[in-house]
Design a protein around this ligand. Structure first.
Ligand code: C2O
Ligand code: CU
Ligand code: CU
Length: 512
């Protein structure tokens, strides 16, 4: 059989635990062990053979996370995070977006190939409090686990921290035909990895915790559960991880370096399953793994760790023997050809703290930084120039596309990044070559997915256009307009309005 990989691949010197502001994970002794929340499936409002209708409502509420006072949280169709949404490829999807929060938000479909800047739900698509909007799209992309999160620049980080994030499965017939665990909630489990600091009275306080290099907390929260366990009733368990943290990297492994198999990354299955004992995820990355508990017996407990901190206990129960074998090939990927005359796009992520920038600039909402013909594949060379004290891994993300990772400093990419991805960790001093194609015209943001870096301006946007048509006019929002709305909604004058990312602009003497 194939090789078993036993390292995390990334540059150890750049891991977040070397960062001066690093917040170590700790087991929260105040919380008893609880069953892992598995989000319910979102039910369609209506479904026909060709069309399906959903409603997603952003709302505020309170969630019992620790014993004692409930925590004030935000969520979709609930008080924290979201029900799991499942979109079938080829089906015409209609989504009603409702905002019942006290302030504006956006509904960003991270990893869906839908048109920007409106359907995609980046910062140009605000839904104001009390408002309802409608979007519709038909997906044409491989099966994957993607996600939904708020994206109102420069308050994305704070809104995600409040809880505005959810899991979105993209499903197709190919996936259904594979011998994989498919039983949602039983052997197919999404796991959103997040971390929070609980202040007095069990409350979160984003402003108090603010760090321009990314906000972190000592308590791990998985699907909104503190100290979770999961009852395993099948031999094979499929976990779909999302690093939904603002800043934290997760270095996942099991007791005794129990082996697992990664089958999928952000945007598709891997071409071939990869056996491994360690998995690192940076912000916004996803990985699907299968754990085979064949060597375990009822009563055994297997623990999932990040570094040396336990995150989740698997309690093994009676299970029926499962002899299914993963195919050697999970997905056939034919990379698009690149016309040799097409120039390589160069993108530079630089700076730390307030100085973060993309191509030497901070994000400006009404500036289009680059263009690319729709349907044309181009190489993008994404460089991370950080070298202060070992630097840090910047997770580079682009909206509206799933790309291929071609190389890292000219060498082969990591074995578990051969599928389609939308987010890729770039080590300090490294240039990662991507192959990027947009299938739909539109305006798409690309940025570091340490969310405070994105709010702090390490972000730009590209227009994908159809050369055979006149260039459309996009009505792009300005940050002024968003900030004026937020100032009115929060009932504070503009000069008292606080958003984490603003400081990064101000300290650099820049307007937003
Ligand atoms: Cu998770 Cu701009 O995206
Ligand atoms: Cu995105
Ligand atoms: Cu970054």
């Amino acid at each position: 059989m194939s090789k078993v990989y036993t390292n995390y691949f990334f540059d150890e010197a750049a891991y977040d635990y070397h960062d001066g502001g690093y917040v170590p994970l700790e087991v929260n002794a105040a919380a008893p062990l609880k069953p892992l929340n598995v989000p319910p499936l979102l039910k369609p409002d209506k479904e026909t053979a060709t069309d399906v209708y959903y409603t997603v409502t952003a709302q505020a509420g309170e969630t019992q996370l620790l014993p004692g006072a409930k925590t004030k949280t935000w969520g979709y169709n609930g008080t924290l995070l979201s029900p799991t949404i499942r979109y079938q490829v080829g089906k015409h999807v209609h989504v009603t977006l409702k905002n019942e929060l006290p302030e504006l938000t956006t509904f960003h479909w991270h990893g869906l190939n839908v048109s920007g800047p409106i359907v995609d739900g980046g910062c140009h698509a605000p839904v104001y409090p009390g408002e309802t909007k409608h979007i519709d799209f038909t997906l044409d992309q491989p099966a994957a686990m993607t996600w939904l999160h708020a994206h109102p620049c420069p308050s994305t980080a704070e809104q995600v921290w409040h809880g505005l994030a959810g899991i979105v499965y993209v499903q197709d017939d190919h996936e259904a035909s594979l011998p994989l665990p498919h039983n949602y909630g039983v052997d197919d489990i999404p796991v959103v990895l997040q971390d929070r600091l609980f202040h007095e009275n069990n409350q979160w306080d984003y402003r108090a915790d603010y760090d321009p290099d990314g906000v972190a907390g000592p308590t791990a929260m998985l699907n909104g559960t503190i100290n979770p366990y999961f009852d395993v009733t099948t031999q094979r368990l499929r976990l779909r991880f999302l690093d939904g943290a603002n800043r934290r990297e997760w270095r996942l492994h099991l007791d005794d370096d129990h082996e697992f198999t990664q089958i999928a990354g952000d945007g598709s299955f891997l071409p071939e399953p990869v056996r491994m004992t360690k998995l690192m995820l940076t912000c916004a990355e996803r990985a699907q793994i299968i754990i085979d508990f064949a060597d375990k017996k009822p009563g055994d407990v297997v623990t999932l760790f990040s570094d040396d901190v336990p995150l989740l206990q698997f309690r093994i129960h009676e299970f029926a023997p499962d002899s299914a074998v993963l195919p050697d090939q999970l997905l056939q990927i034919t990379p698009p050809t690149v016309n040799p005359d097409t120039p390589v796009r160069h993108i530079v992520m630089s700076g730390m703290d307030e100085t973060v920038a993309l191509d030497g600039k901070k994000f400006k909402m009404d500036r289009i930084d680059a263009t690319q013909p729709v349907g044309q594949a181009q190489y993008w060379d994404v460089t991370n120039t950080n070298d202060m004290e070992g630097g840090m891994v910047h997770p580079f993300h682009c909206h509206g596309t799933q790309f291929l990772v071609i190389s890292r400093n000219g060498q082969a990419p990591y074995p578990n990044e051969h599928g389609y991805k939308d987010t890729v960790g770039v080590n300090p001093g490294e240039t990662v070559r991507l192959l990027v194609r947009f299938d739909l015209p539109g305006v798409y943001m690309y940025h570091c997915h340490i969310i405070e870096h994105e709010d702090g301006g390490m972000m730009a946007q590209i227009e994908s256009y159809d050369p055979s048509k006149p260039r459309p006019h996009y009505n792009l929002m300005t940050m002024d307009k968003l900030m004026m709305a937020l100032s009115a909604e929060r009932g504070v004058p503009m000069d008292e309005l606080w958003m984490g990312g603003m400081d990064s602009y101000k300290k650099m003497g820049m307007e937003m």
